[in-house]
Write a protein that binds this ligand. Structure first.
Ligand code: NOJ
Length: 578
């Protein structure tokens, strides 16, 4: 039997290998080129990246020390999680001084040196702006809680106790799930969508908004290149605090996101801050639907450059996920923004467990190819890619067994809540092992020395036991490592504007194991084939033009003829098409 016939036969043996063309979608207009569409962002969780003073916590000097490594990845920008002064109830997402550096991380001089070092290497810096809430230790809150007639009282949301209990609001991090905390000092409740130490700022107060714009200008004047707006979709509130239907918390985003004057605030921020600097802006959260997301990012609205939508990153569940669902979500979001607006593309960050453990296969046999496949996906889709530190190595979940091992407030208070409510704590612990944020926050694995070269002291969170195999030093030396594959993909994206701006077309949507799509711009067309399974998978190629060069392959060989490809488990291929 000829090879070609063999592949047609194999292809037909797989459901979905129908060779049917995917439904045509509208041609993309000529792209408006923008630097923030073309960058690849590398996210650094500073606490876990590199410690230089032996206290077990990463610091800015550590980032400075590793800037050549960041440069070697080929990425263009770093998004840094919050580095401002903070009592660390939520690892820096509780800011007590927006114009100062957290002591654990260093000093403002360190910051200036770090920024200079980034710019010297052509790397931009995106700062996290955490202004849905501050820390309860921020001076504004100290003042605000001190008396009802303090000038800072209206910087936060207060409900006087003589009006009775305020209408229930759900808190994401509260052990009782209650977002109102009673404060005896003024006999009133304050609102906190996150922890009790993260009181929500009152965005309806113009003074608060002005404070925020001034803070942003302070950092923009220092030369930072962008802002990531934390939990921004929740900032505006109906300060009447109407009652919400019982059980609303199961779907709280519908009630919390994009309320009131949020878009006006963003236009104001744009006028006051963004329009005066060459900075990019990205919001965490893209609202409740496409319409909300477009209203945030469409250029004619003068609000933001882009947003993170959660539907994609939320697909992975403890029980697994289906490729059909994955394809459907990413295709739907891509087509909704094909002609207008821009989004980010990501599968992991500091609020998620590890990329390869959630979306891939972290068993010894498949960790390497599946981590490469996932990085190929992120770096070949439309949208600005955000890659989380350690995922370029294929770092995996640590999978703690006991609640005492966790450091993350959401895990610890979530556990208390389940316990208080008489829920299934064993199941909760099992779910945490798969999905907890601490899984994604373990120290960066630099080498095979003690503590993976992260620190000379006891690390704030244990190093993953696999650091002797999975580390930068080892992967640097190995041309077939996840790290070197990541670098190749970064270069490929840079060399092919089709991967940034090109039209995306899904092929064979029904194929159960292979995600196949093309990216095309002008005369150039690239084909991406990703086998999301631990079995070989065949794929007919009836609906693409002639295959050209193999540009990316996470295996040594490609088994194919002109009509079909047979992919190895988790094989990831990018071809040029003639
Ligand atoms: C979203 C951040 O990404 C997360 O880490 C944090 O806990 C909450 N916002 C509260 O700031």
């Amino acid at each position: 039997m000829q090879i070609r016939t063999l592949f047609c036969f194999l292809a037909l043996a797989f459901a979905g290998c129908t060779g049917q063309p995917a439904p045509a979608d509208k041609p993309s207009p000529a792209p408006d080129r923008e630097w923030w569409k073309e960058i690849i962002v590398y996210q650094i969780y500073p606490r876990s990246f590199k410690d230089t003073d032996g206290d077990g916590v990463g610091d800015l000097k550590g980032i400075i020390e590793k800037l050549d490594y960041v440069k070697s990845l080929g990425v263009d920008a770093v998004w840094l999680n919050p580095i401002y002064s903070s009592p660390n109830d939520d690892n820096g997402y509780d800011v007590s001084d927006y114009r100062n550096i957290m002591q654990d991380f260093g000093t403002m001089d360190d910051f200036d040196e770090m920024l200079k070092g980034m710019h010297q290497r052509g790397i931009k810096l995106i700062m996290d702006v955490v202004v849905n809430h501050s820390s309860d230790e921020h001076e504004w809150f100290r003042q605000s809680r001190s008396s009802r007639d303090n000038p800072y009282r209206d910087y936060y949301h207060w409900w006087p106790a003589e009006k009775g209990k305020p209408p229930y609001r759900y808190s994401l991090f509260d052990p009782k799930g209650d977002a109102w905390k009673y404060d005896s000092m003024t006999n009133a409740y304050y609102l906190h969508y996150f922890s009790q130490k993260q009181p929500d700022l009152n965005w309806e107060n113009p003074k608060v908004r002005q404070e925020v714009y001034d803070i942003m200008k302070f950092w923009a004047d220092k030369g930072v290149d962008g802002f990531r707006l934390d939990a921004f979709q929740f900032v505006a509130k109906d300060t009447i605090f109407p009652s919400f239907p019982e059980g609303f918390e199961k779907n709280f985003v519908e009630y919390y996101a994009m309320q009131g004057n949020l878009h006006e605030y963003l236009r104001e921020m744009n006028r006051e801050v963004f329009s005066h600097y060459d900075v990019m802006s990205v919001a965490e959260g893209a609202g409740r639907n496409f319409e909300d997301a477009h209203r945030l990012v469409d250029e004619d609205r003068h609000e933001l450059n882009m947003a993170y939508a959660f539907e994609g990153v939320d697909i992975a569940k403890p029980g697994g996920y289906t490729l059909a669902h994955f394809k459907e979500v990413f295709t739907r979001w891509d087509s909704a923004f094909a002609n207008n607006g821009w989004l980010s593309i990501f599968l992991a960050n500091h609020d998620q467990a590890r990329l390869v453990s959630r979306f891939g296969n972290d068993s010894p046999a498949f960790r390497i190819p599946s981590a490469k496949l996932l990085n190929t996906f992120i770096l070949s889709m439309r949208g600005t890619p955000y890659c989380y530190y350690g995922d370029e190595l294929g770092m995996t979940n640590i999978g703690f067994e006991k609640i005492e091992q966790y450091r993350d407030i959401s895990a610890i208070n979530g556990y208390k809540k389940v316990k208080n409510e008489g829920g299934d704590v064993e199941q909760y612990l099992k779910d945490l092992r798969f999905g907890s944020r601490d899984n994604g926050r373990t120290p960066m694995q630099w080498d095979s020395s003690e503590q993976a070269g992260f620190t000379s002291g006891p690390p704030w969170l244990p190093v993953n036991a696999n650091y002797r195999q999975v580390n930068v030093e080892a992967e640097n030396k190995d041309p077939a490592s996840v790290l070197n594959h990541f670098r190749k993909m970064v270069q490929l994206r840079k060399q092919h504007p089709a991967l940034v701006y090109g039209k995306y077309q899904l092929l064979q949507p029904e194929h159960p194991t292979v995600y196949a799509y093309t990216r095309s711009l002008g005369d150039e067309e690239l084909l991406v084939l990703l086998n999301f399974s631990d079995k070989k998978s065949g794929l007919a190629l009836a609906d693409v033009a002639t295959i050209g060069e193999v540009l990316i392959n996470n295996y040594g060989t490609v088994e194919m003829d002109k009509d079909a490809v047979r992919l190895e488990p988790y094989q990831a291929l990018v071809f040029s098409l003639k």
